[in-house]
Unconditional design. Structure first.
Length: 197
């Protein structure tokens, strides 16, 4: 029995060794191929394109419960939002119509970094918990703007779904301190402002 056990182990080790060697060689060739392919492309991209420009062009339009990235051309309304170090947004309640594309101009009137992130309460709760765990986690989506003190940021968002949503600053501690606001998206079929809450 013991001999059998040893033989099996040896076999397993032998197999594992072969597998490792094969994987290693495969990995090496893939890495080399990737390097050769990636290098000219990377050099080309750096020489030709402006980084910010290409970032705006490639904004992904992913449908969210609270809407979708909007087109600047479709903007008919601009909403100014102020952020302050007392962990409050001004205004802290916004009402829009379903189908409306809004440009948010978000001013950071404080002395520390703030951000404006739109979402459902559930998603913002989860995201805020992540930010508390990993304060330096980088995040960027078309429904959020990170704004340095004294600066302004902009986002263009299309509210194509009715409902009650939130906006928040997810910087560690800010959300927990109450840096949250409300967005009500009134269904297109209802008169503006006539919705019962
Ligand atoms: Cu903040």
């Amino acid at each position: 029995m013991v001999t059998d056990g040893l033989a099996t182990t040896a076999k397993i080790n032998n197999v594992r060794f072969q597998f490792d060697e094969e994987t290693r060689l495969k990995y090496l060739s893939i890495t080399l191929a990737a390097l050769v392919l990636a290098m000219p492309a990377a050099l080309l991209a750096h020489g030709k394109e402006d980084h910010n420009k290409s970032k705006i062009v490639t904004v992904k339009k992913e449908q969210k419960a609270w809407g979708i990235a909007g087109d600047a051309k479709a903007v008919k309304r601009t909403i100014k939002v102020g952020m302050a170090d007392n962990m409050r947004f001004t205004p802290n309640a916004i009402e829009v119509k379903q189908g409306e594309t809004v440009r948010f101009v978000i001013a950071n009137n404080g002395k520390i970094m703030h951000e404006f992130v739109i979402g459902t309460k559930t998603e913002l709760d989860e995201h805020a918990a992540m930010m508390l765990k990993f304060p330096n986690m980088e995040h960027d989506e078309p429904y959020m703007a990170h704004v340095e003190p004294g600066k302004s940021g902009e986002i263009v968002w299309m509210f194509n779904r009715a409902g009650d949503f939130d906006f928040a600053c997810l910087i560690a501690g800010h959300y927990q301190a109450g840096m949250v606001g409300k967005i009500k998206v009134v269904a297109a079929s209802m008169p503006f402002g006539a919705r019962k809450s």
